[in-house]
Design a protein around this ligand. Structure first.
Ligand SMILES: NC(=O)c1ccc[n+]([C@@H]2O[C@H](COP(=O)([O-])OP(=O)(O)OC[C@H]3O[C@@H](n4cnc5c(N)ncnc54)[C@H](O)[C@@H]3O)[C@@H](O)[C@H]2O)c1
Length: 363
């Protein structure tokens, strides 16, 4: 938390910018003076981009709590979250009055309020289907539990995997999915099976009553209306980084061991010095640009990044500034042909793709 303390640090006293918190004052929700959350903000009124940023604020608030910080100003919270303070105040206005003019936000109360709005107050029970490389890494990541997501069941259909213990959980037989889900009462299901099994698993989860499904399969899945289906593709995140890296390259500034021509070749997939299309030798890779560069991702990085525990990062700034390494991902051994066949019929929301209204548009 040293980063927060330095720029300028949240404290037990009111911080700079605390007076700004009075900008948001909606009549619904809790009063700034009320000790308890009594009224739910209608979640449907909150834009999805704001929801994604609320999750970021929540992460920052959790770290502040860990550090014993009781009050934080809007400016301090904004810096730590990597957004500008006006946007933060606008986001928090959806929660109703929370801050106190000249004082700031009560960290515990704001945290509880955001958890309430995000539906996290009671935590979530998560089941995961596919106890392979990815599934085991996800189950092994303790950050989920810290953030209210407890994996209560893990399933597989491989006889050699069923019965194995993963992080204290016995891998259950996927054939028993429906009955086990009725017993386990999960609120979220995660799909980590190969692409050619993903739709079938999705259908089984829906049939078992699951209404919130997160899929790591690369192919797009379909589900009935009323089922919230989100997809995470870390490769898309890296493709976006790749794009930003190329876009941020200054054509007038030669980079050691490289030329602007190299950059252009990388972007277009044309042959470079090595003679291989789209492959650039290490020496030709341009140096990283300063975070203050003109690129969209670079602009979203906080001036003073705050590391913190994160889960499957599908959002903006925190994915650049994580403290915890998160799950270790192992390359998939399956092809993509199945996905291509399904690409035409999609209903899933893609958490990481730029076309989504999802969390990629965080600050
Ligand atoms: N979105 C991402 O960023 C990302 C990253 C890595 C992997 N993936 C995807 O995650 C999936 C899993 O990858 P992996 O490397 O863990 O694969 P893996 O082969 O190591 O594990 C897959 C597991 O699923 C099980 N399985 C297969 N069919 C099943 C079914 N019908 N019901 C229950 N279990 C079943 C297998 O027995 C195996 O244990 C793949 O689709 C991969 O493309 C996505």
């Amino acid at each position: 938390m040293a980063e927060v303390a330095e720029h300028p640090g949240p404290s037990q006293r009111s911080g700079r910018g605390a007076e700004d918190v009075s900008e948001h004052h909606e009549t619904r929700g809790v009063s700034g003076d009320a000790p308890n959350v009594t009224t739910r903000t209608p979640q449907k009124d909150i834009p999805q981009a704001t929801v994604a940023r609320l999750a970021t604020y929540l992460r920052v608030l959790a770290l502040l709590t860990d550090d014993g910080v009781a009050i934080v100003s809007s400016e301090e919270l904004a810096v730590a979250a990597g957004v500008n303070s006006a946007k933060l105040r606008k986001d928090l206005s959806f929660l109703g009055p929370n801050g106190v003019r000249g004082v700031g936000y009560d960290v515990a109360r704001l945290r509880a309020r955001i958890e309430d709005v995000l539906g996290l107050s009671d935590g979530h029970r998560v089941v995961l289907v596919g106890a392979g490389n990815l599934g085991r890494a996800l189950v092994g990541y303790r950050g989920f539990r810290r953030r209210g997501f407890s994996v209560v069941g893990i399933f597989d259909n491989d006889a050699e995997v069923i019965g194995l213990e993963v992080e204290g959980l016995r891998v259950r037989d996927a054939a028993d999915l429906a009955g086990e889900i009725a017993l386990l009462r999960p609120t979220i299901a995660v799909i980590a099976v190969p692409d050619d099994s993903a739709q079938q698993v999705c259908d089984e989860l829906v049939a078992a009553g699951m209404q919130s499904i997160l899929s790591f399969a690369l192919c797009q899945l379909t589900a009935p209306a009323g089922v919230e289906l989100r997809r995470v593709d870390l490769a898309v995140e890296m493709q976006m980084l790749s794009f930003e890296r190329v876009r941020n390259a200054d054509p007038d500034e030669p980079v050691e061991g490289s030329t602007t021509a190299n950059v252009a070749e990388t972007a277009t997939g044309q042959a470079n010095e090595s003679g291989a299309a789209g492959v650039v030798p290490n020496s030709a890779v341009p140096a990283a640009r300063p975070l203050t560069g003109s690129g969209r991702i670079a602009r979203r990085v906080p001036a003073h990044p705050m590391p913190g525990p994160t889960g499957m990062s599908v959002s903006g700034p925190e994915s650049v500034t994580e403290r915890d390494p998160g799950p270790t991902l192992v390359p998939n051994r399956h092809g993509l042909s199945h996905c291509a066949a399904q690409a035409a019929q999609t209903t899933s929301h893609t958490a990481t793709e730029p076309t989504s209204k999802g969390s990629v548009v965080t600050p």
